[in-house]
Design a protein around this ligand. Structure first.
Ligand SMILES: [Zn+2]
Length: 254
């Protein structure tokens, strides 16, 4: 088992920064550099390594939104930000791979301040480092144990890695496109709705100002490609969109 595993199914950073270094070099500089893994809202988030929950904070007021910090036995720490739900409490012991939360987009008091992603920070003895360089490494201490890659030829390893990279990029692109909410307008009532069929999330929006702020933050994709006029749907189509969303969410719309 690697020392650190990926906390989400997504293994590539979102396109905003692409790398830990890019995250660190933001203007102004990021106070907590990490990897931003784009993943559908509500995706399972697991502990990258066994440890004890040091912080489980649902107050969501700061830039990190809902967050969980795990202290590991060697004193290192992983941090998971912008969560939509937290499944652990401070002081709780967790195993590697144990579900700790659901991913989200929370920050600054809003449940969707950002586009949906999971931010992961790694601190080695208090120093913030590039998590991507440590995740899924089976022999990070240079110690014994066989590495399965040794049994394959270099060409075979390269072919497998290229395949995995291509598949990962394809999935990441799909998630980036489909987890973003689309904007609809009901021609009968004038109501706006943001809906993501992939994540099963949708909401009736309060009005034009909420639409504008979601578009500005890159959270909303205008379905017909025109930012000024959202896709207008009639009553029947509107109901069909709602009908595709999960039953538990459907109740909110009434
Ligand atoms: Zn981040």
């Amino acid at each position: 088992m690697p020392e650190y595993i990926y906390p989400t199914y997504a293994h590539t950073a979102s396109d905003q920064d692409g790398t830990w270094q890019g995250h660190k070099d933001r203007t102004p500089p990021s106070v907590n550099p990490g990897m931003d893994y784009a993943c559908a809202y509500g995706s399972v988030v697991v502990a990258a390594k066994a440890g004890v929950i040091r912080v489980a904070d649902s107050t969501m007021g700061g830039s990190g939104g809902r967050l969980v910090y795990i202290t590991h036995p060697d004193g290192d720490e992983t941090q998971y930000l912008h969560l939509s739900r937290i499944d652990v409490t401070a002081g709780q012991t967790v195993t590697q791979g144990q579900q700790i939360a659901l991913s989200g987009a929370s920050g600054f008091g809003s449940d969707r301040y950002y586009g949906p992603h999971c931010h992961v920070s790694l601190y080695l003895h208090g120093v913030n480092v590039d998590f991507q360089k440590y995740v899924n490494i089976t022999d990070s201490h240079g110690g014994g144990g066989s590495n399965k890659e040794d049994e394959l030829s270099a060409a075979e390893v390269a072919e497998i890695k290229a395949h995995v990279t291509a598949e990962t990029n394809r999935l990441a692109e799909y998630v980036r496109r489909e987890s973003r909410m689309r904007l609809y307008k009901n021609s009968a009532t004038g109501q706006f709705m943001a809906a993501s069929i992939l994540s099963g999330r949708y909401e009736i929006l309060s009005g034009q100002s909420e639409v504008d702020s979601l578009v500005k933050n890159g959270y909303l994709e205008i379905a017909n490609g025109d930012a000024a006029t959202p896709q207008i749907v009639d009553d029947l189509r509107w109901r069909n969109i709602i009908a595709k969303c999960p039953v538990n969410i459907k109740a909110i719309a009434g």
